[in-house]
Design a protein around this ligand. Structure first.
Ligand SMILES: CC(=O)SCCNC(=O)CCNC(=O)[C@H](O)C(C)(C)COP(=O)(O)OP(=O)(O)OC[C@H]1O[C@@H](n2cnc3c(N)ncnc32)[C@H](O)[C@@H]1OP(=O)(O)O
Length: 419
């Protein structure tokens, strides 16, 4: 009793790079592993266009696809503003008939070897279940805020200049490029944001009718000053009525703005839409400034959830790619059972201008695994906090505070969309 039988393979499976003509079979395995509900055709079509087959893996049992894993070629903002190559791990699945016999492990093995050979220092993902990826060296590096503003009760205090911002409706597709230009100006300013690769600008416009569930089509409002687009928001309205009257919901997809007044103008607009009583958001930065515009944060039902998981694939290159907000000179003793090329002692020296991270034989100041370094990498998780859980050990007094402060970020890291 209480033991779980591990499935044993009846036939050996084959792991290989995905061919374009196998994509439909491959993707069907993914859909099945997520419960078998077909994706809306528009979403499937976009996934097909975005899949980089030569960077994707399939596991085959004869003609049947039983495992999938992809790796987008992203560039990710790190503290200091550099845009660093990062493999965006995605579409991971193993057929229910073949689970728990090591197929995921074999894909993760091959994938991290591939990412290393491509010279990309980072692998990043969002997890269906956070429990899956720690064993492969991923640490939870960013959180996202979900919230629901009770707009019947909550008032917004907006900064001077808000009334000077002109708002206008626009067709989301027609003004896509103007919105993208605003987004592009925001990317370097926040760790965790992804530079938009060609094709990805269509992701925020995805609006399959079958997925609306009573909501409007996607709406877009631009914020303009002197005729120039300085912000945008895209959202849906879900009307709802009961005996007491209207209580619709504004479901926010995204909102970006270049200055506090245009930002506040867009939030005030969302909170003031007639016949609605809520603004619901599912992915905002943990330090999003709207939380300081509202009169009653408790009535905004703020929650946090794990978002981006980060894995340092080339530890030295990754730690050199970012900057450090205060001077740091520490020796890390790093454990990395899954990618042993990272194991051992590394001396990190750096400051706000740049960093060097080299192998060393000097005595270690801090002992931790690659997972903790991944968690702390974007500046959103403190090494002190990880040490409180026993996951970082201080071997030289003072080293923990020094490193923890240096690794921090003045702007909270945030992944703006799933992938
Ligand atoms: C980035 C993304 O795409 S996230 C999406 C991930 N995909 C899904 O959630 C779809 C549904 N689930 C699945 O397809 C599969 O169950 C997977 C991919 C999560 C796991 O695949 P498997 O081939 O069964 O994993 P594998 O056999 O290699 O397991 C390796 C270890 O992880 C553990 N593990 C794997 N999945 C889970 C899980 N969901 N929960 C807890 N433990 C897990 C296994 O027990 C095993 O542990 P052990 O080494 O101590 O025995």
């Amino acid at each position: 009793m209480g033991t779980v039988a591990r499935n044993t393979p009846a036939e050996p499976t084959e792991l290989r790079v995905l061919r374009q003509d196998e994509w439909n079979t491959w993707y069907d395995n993914l859909v099945n592993a997520f419960g078998g509900v077909p994706e809306p055709p528009e979403e499937r079509e976009l996934d097909k266009r975005l899949t980089e087959c030569d960077r994707s893996l399939g596991v085959w049992d004869g003609d049947a696809c039983v495992g999938t894993a992809g790796a987008f070629s992203f560039r990710l903002t790190v503290p200091g503003g550099a845009s660093v190559p990062a493999a965006g791990i995605t579409m991971v699945s193993v057929a229910a008939t073949h689970r728990r016999r090591g197929i995921l492990t074999s894909m993760m093995r091959r994938q991290l070897d591939d990412v290393r050979s491509w010279g990309e220092p980072l692998a990043v993902l969002t997890a269906s279940e956070p429990v899956i990826y720690g064993r492969f060296g991923y640490g939870i590096a960013t959180m996202k805020t979900t919230a629901e503003i009770d707009t019947a009760r909550v008032r917004l205090s907006v900064p001077p200049g808000t009334d000077d911002v002109r708002l206008r409706f626009a067709d989301p597709a027609a003004v896509r490029d103007q919105c993208e230009a605003v987004y592009a100006r925001k990317v370097a300013g926040r760790p965790g944001m992804l530079a938009r690769r060609p094709g990805w600008e269509d992701l925020p416009l995805l609006d399959p009718e079958s997925a609306r569930q009573g909501s409007s089509p996607l709406q877009c409002v631009l914020a303009e000053r002197h005729g120039e687009v300085v912000g945008y928001t895209r959202y849906f309205v879900k009307p709802e009525w009961d005996e007491q009257g209207p209580k619709g919901t504004v479901r926010l997809r995204d909102l970006e703005a270049l200055d506090p007044a245009s930002y506040a103008a867009l939030w005030r607009y969302l909170c003031d839409i007639d016949l609605t009583g809520k603004v619901a958001m599912h992915n905002r930065p943990v330090d999003d400034a709207w939380q300081h515009l509202v009169s009653d944060i408790r009535r905004c039902a703020v929650q946090q959830h794990d978002s981006l998981h980060v894995r340092l694939v080339d530890l030295g290159a990754a730690l050199e790619a970012r900057t450090y907000q205060t001077p740091v000179d520490v020796v890390f003793e790093v454990a990395d059972a899954f990618c042993p090329w990272n194991e051992g002692s590394w001396r990190l020296t750096g400051d706000a201008k740049g960093a060097s991270c080299k192998r060393t034989s000097e005595p270690a100041d801090l002992a931790l695994s690659v997972r903790e370094l991944g968690a702390a990498y974007l500046g959103g998780v403190s090494l002190v906090s990880l040490a409180g859980a026993g996951r970082v050990r201080e071997l030289r007094a003072g080293a923990l505070a020094e490193a923890s402060l240096a690794f921090g970020s003045t702007v909270a890291p945030w992944l703006p969309h799933g992938f």
